[in-house]
Design a protein around this ligand. Structure first.
Ligand code: ING
Length: 301
C-alpha cells in the first residue's frame, strides 16, 4: 500500500517589488501548514519565486536576468530546503534558471524528503511570442526569455513513487502526459501561471480558461492512469490577473481536491499510488493495446 498525502501549495500574487525572501517565507508557511496535515509531497507553482515577468517586454533581454537563479538551492531558497528536510517533505517548485554557460530555462526541480534535488525539468512547450506584439492586449514573452527545455520528459522513482514533472503550457499537450505515461509515471506535478485574459481572442472568460485547464489535466491523468497535481500562482500581479483553480486529479481523471481562492492556499488529498496499476494493466496497458505502426512518426507531417 503506497499511500501519501500530497499537497498543492497554490500561491497568490507576487508583485514586482516583492523580494525572494518574502516569497520564500510564504512558501515555508504553506509547507508548515502542509506538515500539520500529514503532507509528505508538496507541489508549488511555476516561477514560484518571482512575479510572472514574461508579461513585460524588455528591449534588452539581459534586463530580465534579475528574475533568474544561477544556482539552486541559493541564499534565498536554502531555508526552504532546510525546512523540508526538518519536516520530511519532498517538494517541487518552478523558477527561472540561468545556467553557468548562459542558457535561460523555465525550470522545475524535484526533491526527496531529505531536501536533496533528485530531478530537474526544463519547460518544453513555451507559449506566446518572442517579439513585442502591438496587436496583443497583453504580452506573453516566454519565447523571448526562455529556450525550449533540453532535458526531455523524464520520471524518477522518488519515495517509492514514479514521479514526473511538466510546467504550465505543457499541460495542454497530450504528448506531455503520454511521454511520461510510457515511462510508468504515477504522479505528474504541473505548476502554472495562467493569465485569465487572452491576449489574442476576445476574452473567452475565466470560466472557459478554468474548464480548459481541468479538461487537459483530467484527460492526461485518465489516459495514462496517473495522479496529476496542477498548482497555480494566482491573483492580480501589478494589475495583471492570473487564474487560480489548482487541482489534484486521480488516475480515473476525477478531481479530488480543488482550490477555492486566488491566494496562498493549501489543497491536499490522500493518494494511493497502487490505484495507478489497474489502468496501466487493463484499459491503458500500452504494450497490449497501442498500435504504434499507425501513429505519426517523429519528423513526419
Ligand atoms: N501560461 C499559459 C498556459 O498555458 C496560455 C499560456 C494561456 C496558453 C491560455 C493558452 C491559453 O496556461 C503559461 N505560462 O504557459
Amino acid at each position: 500500500m503506497r499511500k501519501m498525502i500530497v499537497g498543492g501549495a497554490q500561491m497568490g500574487p507576487i508583485q514586482k517589488a516583492c523580494s525572494r525572501e518574502a516569497v520564500v517565507a510564504r512558501m515555508m508557511a504553506l509547507m508548515t501548514e502542509a506538515h500539520g496535515q500529514g503532507v509528505t509531497m508538496l507541489v508549488y507553482p511555476e516561477l514560484a519565486l518571482t512575479t510572472f515577468f514574461p508579461r513585460w517586454h524588455a528591449a534588452d533581454r539581459a534586463e530580465m536576468d534579475i528574475w533568474f537563479e544561477t544556482e539552486m538551492p541559493n541564499g534565498a531558497t536554502q531555508p526552504l530546503f532546510d525546512l523540508a528536510r526538518e519536516l520530511g517533505i519532498a517538494f517541487t517548485f518552478g523558477f527561472a534558471e540561468l545556467t553557468p554557460d548562459g542558457h535561460h530555462f523555465n525550470t522545475s526541480i524535484l526533491t526527496d524528503r531529505a531536501g536533496n534535488i533528485v530531478g530537474r525539468y526544463r519547460k518544453i512547450h513555451l507559449p506566446g511570442h518572442d517579439e513585442y506584439d502591438p496587436d496583443r492586449t497583453h504580452q506573453h514573452l516566454e519565447k523571448r526569455y526562455f529556450e525550449p527545455g533540453d532535458l526531455g520528459f523524464n520520471v524518477w522513482r522518488n519515495e517509492g513513487v514514479v514521479m514526473g514533472m511538466a510546467i504550465c503550457n505543457d499541460r495542454r499537450w497530450p504528448e506531455t502526459y503520454r511521454e511520461l505515461g510510457l515511462q510508468g509515471v504515477e504522479l505528474i506535478t504541473i505548476g502554472y501561471n495562467t493569465p485569465s485574459v487572452n491576449s489574442q481572442k476576445g476574452d473567452e472568460g475565466l470560466r472557459q480558461r478554468l474548464f480548459h485547464s481541468d479538461l487537459s489535466m483530467q484527460a492526461g491523468a485518465y489516459q495514462n492512469s496517473t495522479y496529476v497535481v496542477g498548482v497555480a500562482k494566482a491573483g492580480t500581479e501589478d494589475g495583471h490577473h492570473l487564474m487560480g483553480g489548482s487541482v489534484i486529479v486521480d488516475p480515473d481523471g476525477e478531481i479530488i481536491a480543488r482550490a477555492t481562492t486566488e491566494d496562498d492556499e493549501l489543497i491536499t488529498a490522500e493518494c494511493d499510488f497502487d490505484r495507478c496499476t489497474f489502468g496501466k494493466t487493463t484499459v491503458f496497458d500500452f504494450a497490449r493495446h497501442r498500435r504504434i505502426e499507425h501513429y505519426q512518426r517523429i519528423g513526419s507531417q
